[in-house]
Write a protein that binds this ligand. Structure first.
Ligand code: AMP
Length: 210
C-alpha cells in the first residue's frame, strides 16, 4: 500500500504512521524528521530548513521534493510506504504525480484547531521518532522515551506563536491538496480522537477497504 497521511500539525500523523507501519509492514518517511536530522547534522540543507521551520513556514518545495525523490528510489519502499508530512502544497502533490508514483489512499486525520493548540502545548518527542503527550499519551516515566530510554524534549517549533503560523500554513497551503486527491477518488477522512487507540481503530477500519 502506498499511502499519504494528511492532517494539521499535531493531528497525530506521526503517531498513527507508527501503527500503520506495524500493521502493514511498510516503512514511513517523515519529511519533518528528515529535516530535523539534517539540522542536527549541521548540513547545508539543515541550515536552510531551520530558518523556515523556526517560523512555522514551509521549507521550499524543491528541498522536500528532493528528499522524497531520493527515498522513493530506494529498495526500502518498493513494497509500499507511508508519506508523513508530504505533500504539503499543490506543487509538491503535482511533483509526486509527475514522478509516476501510484498512490492508493490519502488519509486525512481531521482535528479542530483548538484541540491542536492544546495538543502541541503538551507534546514531547524523542530523537528516535516516538511522540508523546503529557496528558493523552504519557510515557511510563516522565520525560523518558518508552521505546529507547532517551530523554524527551519539546520541539523548537511547538511554541504557541509558531503553532499559530503552522496552522495558518496548513489551512492556506496544505488543505487545498485534499481537493486534488478527492478529485482522484483517493481521499479518506478520519476524525482524530483524544485517545490514540481510538484514532488508530478508526484509521485501520478506514484502510481495511483500500
Ligand atoms: P512536521 O514534523 O511534519 O510537523 O514538520 C515540521 C516542519 O518541517 C514544518 O513546519 C515545515 O517547516 C517543515 N516541513 C516538513 N515537511 C514539509 C513539506 N512537505 N514541505 C515543506 N516543509 C515541510
Amino acid at each position: 500500500m502506498n499511502l499519504i497521511l494528511m492532517g494539521a500539525p499535531g493531528a497525530g500523523k506521526g503517531t498513527q504512521a507508527v501503527k500503520i507501519s506495524e500493521k502493514f509492514n511498510i516503512p514511513t518517511i517523515s519529511t519533518g524528521d528528515r529535516l530535523r536530522s539534517a539540522i542536527a547534522e549541521g548540513t547545508e540543507m539543515g541550515k536552510l530548513a531551520k530558518s523556515y521551520m523556526d517560523e512555522g513556514k514551509l521549507v521550499p518545495d524543491e528541498v522536500v521534493i528532493g528528499i522524497i525523490k531520493d527515498y522513493l528510489a530506494t529498495d526500502a519502499c518498493q513494497n509500499g510506504f507511508i508519506l508523513d508530512g508530504f505533500p504539503r502544497s499543490l506543487p509538491q502533490a503535482e511533483a509526486l504525480d509527475a514522478m509516476g508514483v501510484r498512490i492508493d489512499a490519502v488519509l486525512s486525520i481531521d482535528v479542530p484547531d483548538e484541540a491542536i493548540v492544546e495538543r502541541m502545548s503538551g507534546r514531547r518527542v524523542c530523537s528516535c521518532g516516538a511522540s508523546y503527550h503529557i496528558k493523552y499519551n504519557p510515557p511510563i516515566k516522565t520525560d523518558v522515551c518508552d521505546k529507547c530510554g532517551s530523554a524527551l524534549y519539546i520541539r523548537d517549533d511547538d511554541n504557541a506563536a509558531t503553532v499559530q503560523n503552522r496552522l495558518q500554513t496548513y489551512h492556506n497551503t496544505t488543505e487545498p491538496i485534499a481537493d486534488f486527491y478527492a478529485a482522484k477518488g483517493k481521499l479518506i477522512r478520519v476524525v482524530g480522537q483524544d485517545k490514540v487507540e481510538d484514532t488508530t481503530a478508526a484509521v485501520l477500519a478506514a484502510l481495511a477497504n483500500v
